[in-house]
Design a binder for this molecule. Structure first.
Ligand code: BGC
Length: 374
């Protein structure tokens, strides 16, 4: 399952980047993110070593020289690092050591009990009734690491797909079982990760999910409920920016950009901050999905806008790369335990490996279809 991670990957990557480590060592003062401002105006999303080494391997596998040169540039794009298992918490400290002072390290918090309750591709390691393990073996150790590194800035994307699933898939017994652990787990994460050097965004799915008129208010109310249960985390006089992040499957967001504004307004009236970041990692090409809900390895997709705080919308803090482009959404092997039928649909790219593992052909497709081009 999952991302292929080895100590060697980190070692190779960090050896290749001695200057970055030196820069990190030079961060001499504690980071205090001003919750009343857009922190992305002051920090750049870090191009982490994990994605860099995936991309560097991909570059080696390309023979066409102009495509190769384009591919090499992807390694410098900032993206979020997914902490999708307890074991992968080990990725965090090497990533911190590699983060220059002017960068913000993006981490995805993704290990809820009963994870991915409406699909099979990303079912997690914890069962729906293992909330105490989630707290003590997953969130608490991450909190300890972030506290130990007060001079580094972090952006956290909290539990992709989880709260949206409680709204739109409430009829599934798996989501019913997971409901209390999702709500308690996300509230616990928000409360305990609310540190001066951290900004958090709660995942809110994508425009073709909570974006439907009938889902906007229930979706906003669900996020606001959990946010309030976490004590409406604040820092200083302003509400802390515990925000809406539009999720990883936003390949076609431009067609429904109105959704951000509408969902933001619904959040505001439900008592939740309305600022957002958007995942533009794979949304360059529109009109590809046969149905709005199709989420698995959308065929024909391309890398979208690079991370920037220049979004043209004061409620959208930044465009980011959330899902690392090239890592699969799920396997297309219908015999696999984690096979989800969405990954076998006509508009899903095939063949595709297990969720989180590298798909070279998909990466090359994203590159060829990139807008702007590399
Ligand atoms: C997978 C994770 C992976 C993430 C990023 C998810 O779909 O379940 O294992 O880390 O995607 O690629």
């Amino acid at each position: 399952m999952k991302v292929t991670t080895t100590v060697a990957v980190f070692a190779a990557g960090s050896l290749a980047a001695p200057n970055r480590r030196a820069a990190a060592a030079a961060c001499s003062s504690a980071v205090n993110l001003d919750a009343s401002t857009n922190v992305w105006k002051n920090y750049k999303l870090h191009a982490n070593t994990f994605y860099r080494s995936e991309v560097e391997k991909a570059v080696e596998a390309i023979s066409d020289s102009s495509l190769k040169a384009q591919a090499a540039k992807v390694a410098d794009v900032g993206s979020f690092l997914w902490i999708d298992t307890i074991e992968n918490i080990a990725k965090v400290e090497p990533a911190i050591a590699d983060t220059p002072c002017e960068d913000i390290l993006g981490l995805v918090i993704y290990d809820l009990p009963g994870r991915d309750c409406a699909a099979k591709a990303s079912n997690g390691e914890l069962a729906y009734n293992e909330i105490s393990r989630y707290k003590s073996e997953y969130i608490d150790p991450i909190v300890a690491i972030l506290k130990k590194n007060p001079n580094t800035a972090f952006a956290l994307l909290i539990e992709p797909d989880s709260l949206p699933n409680l709204v739109t898939n409430a009829d599934l017994s798996t989501c019913q079982e997971s409901k209390s652990a999702y709500e308690e787990g996300v509230a616990y994460a928000l409360k305990n990760l609310n540190l001066p050097n951290v900004v958090m965004y709660i995942d809110a799915g994508h425009g073709g999910w909570l974006g439907w008129d009938a889902n906007l208010d229930p979706g906003a109310e669900e996020l606001a409920k959990v946010y309030k249960n976490a004590g409406s985390p604040k820092q200083g006089p302003e509400p802390r920016r515990v925000l809406q992040g539009l999720g990883r499957q936003v390949q076609q967001l431009p067609e429904r950009e109105d959704v951000r504004a509408k969902f933001g307004a619904a959040l505001k009236s439900a008592g939740h901050p309305s600022y957002a970041i958007m995942d533009t990692g794979r949304n360059a090409v529109t009109g590809l999905r046969k149905e709005w809900g199709d989420w698995c390895n959308v065929d024909g997709a391309g890398f979208g806008k690079r991370p920037t705080a220049d979004t043209g919308d004061s409620n959208t803090d930044a465009f980011v790369w959330g899902k690392p482009g090239g890592e699969s959404d799920g396997t297309s092997d219908s015999g696999a335990t984690r096979y989800d039928s969405f990954c076998g649909k006509d508009d899903a790219y095939k063949p595709a490996p297990e969720a989180g593992t590298w798909n070279q052909a998909y990466f090359e497709m994203l590159l060829k279809n990139a807008s702007p081009q590399f």
